[in-house]
Design a protein around this ligand. Structure first.
Ligand SMILES: *Cc1c(COP(=O)(O)O)cnc(C)c1O
Length: 359
């Protein structure tokens, strides 16, 4: 293949890399360890959906059944929602709806990579605002940059991946007031935060887009379903950009059923939150380990960079795959551990203690 055939942005593109999985215990992607199909109500709904499934027919382009279920969950109008193949697809569609080549987006750093990945494919520029020490977002810096530079889109991940830090809704509202342009708030982990979502603000701020996903607290990472909530004019424009049949009919039906069964599913997050706090305390006790408080289903921890390889390999030897941040100036010696069962968390702890004791 001739490289001249490629679009300029693709030639220089640094894709998001998904680590190959060979391990039994996978705690690198913040998946839910529970299978929703083990819940009798969900299994019954899934069997009913499969019994009536007609794969020869195209799905509903706007996924109206799913939008209705999600609208009921979030207490918004279905017209204020748009669903797609995971939050990642909705990030991409939103960028393609609003960004021109040469526009600038603002992101705090470190954060989720997909905003930058998508923006760079369009040829947009990315301004990074590093966190303050202790991975606290530089709230003043964010507000100042919005006021002075009016970036085309500002991305706020809340709570933040990978740091776990939560921004107060009041700060986000200040950003919305300061911005003449769009503010995109990624609430992929909001169900774990026990905090105020900014979804209700879509009624008052036409420049707000909120991203949610069913991949984390709802345990549907493999089914692929994420959605945005925003003013209906925003939804209308993003809907023009999306592929007509972007969300397959099985996902639409099963996701809607799972959202309707949420009273059976969401209580499991209380267990995950309790386990997160137990794991946090245990990590804090290990000499040489720095762990950061989290409002999500994962914990970010750091060790001396010289131990990074040894530790990562020791976990692999123990059949555990964690997320490792390699070559990131803002994340030296950093690992992100998804909170799972006490058994798996204890196995990960045991490996870590062994490596740190020998260091
Ligand atoms: C997981 C995640 C998403 C969306 O993931 P999908 O599986 O594509 O829905 C979005 N933002 C953040 C910060 C995430 O961690």
């Amino acid at each position: 293949m001739k490289t001249e055939w490629l679009r300029r942005e693709v030639t220089q593109f640094a894709p998001y890399v998904v680590a190959p999985v060979h391990e039994t215990h996978v705690i690198n992607a913040n998946e839910n360890y529970a299978n929703v199909l083990d819940i009798p109500e969900v299994r019954a709904a899934a069997e009913e959906i499969l019994a009536g499934f007609r794969p020869q027919v195209y799905p509903d382009p706007m996924a109206n059944g799913l939008r209705t279920a999600l609208a009921d969950y979030l207490d918004v109008q279905p017209e204020q929602l748009l669903a797609g193949n995971g939050g990642d697809e909705m990030i991409s569609y939103t960028l393609h709806t609003f960004l021109n080549e040469g526009d600038t987006i603002l992101v705090h750093a470190p954060t989720f990579d997909m905003y930058e990945v998508g923006a760079s494919l369009i040829g947009a520029k990315v301004e990074h605002l590093p966190d303050l020490p202790g991975f606290r977002r530089d709230q003043e810096g964010i507000l100042r940059t919005i006021r002075e530079k009016q970036p085309k889109m500002t991305f706020l991940c809340n709570p933040n991946n990978p740091t776990g830090e939560l921004l107060p809704a009041s700060f986000i509202e200040e950003c919305l007031k300061a911005a003449d342009n769009l503010v995109f708030v990624d609430e992929a982990y909001m169900e774990f935060a026990g905090a105020e979502s900014v979804v209700p603000l879509i009624d008052r701020y036409p420049n707000l887009i909120v991203l949610r996903t069913l991949s984390k607290a709802f345990g549907l990472a493999g089914l692929r379903c994420g959605y945005i909530a925003a003013d209906k004019d925003i939804i209308t424009e993003v809907a023009k950009v999306k592929n007509p049949y972007n969300l397959n009919s099985l996902t639409q039906a099963l996701a809607a059923a799972v959202v309707r069964c949420r009273d059976k599913i969401l209580p499991t997050r209380d267990g995950i939150v309790a386990e997160r706090e137990r794991l946090y305390e245990a990590l804090k006790q290990i000499p040489g380990v720095t762990v950061w408080p989290s409002r999500t289903n994962f914990l970010l921890m750091q060790v001396d960079e010289s131990l990074s390889d040894t530790l990562f390999d020791a976990w692999k030897q123990a059949d555990i795959l964690v997320k490792r941040y390699q070559g990131r100036a803002l994340l030296p010696g950093a690992f992100r551990l998804t909170v799972t069962t006490a058994e798996v968390d204890d196995a990960a702890l045991c490996v870590l203690k062994g490596v740190m004791a020998r260091a």
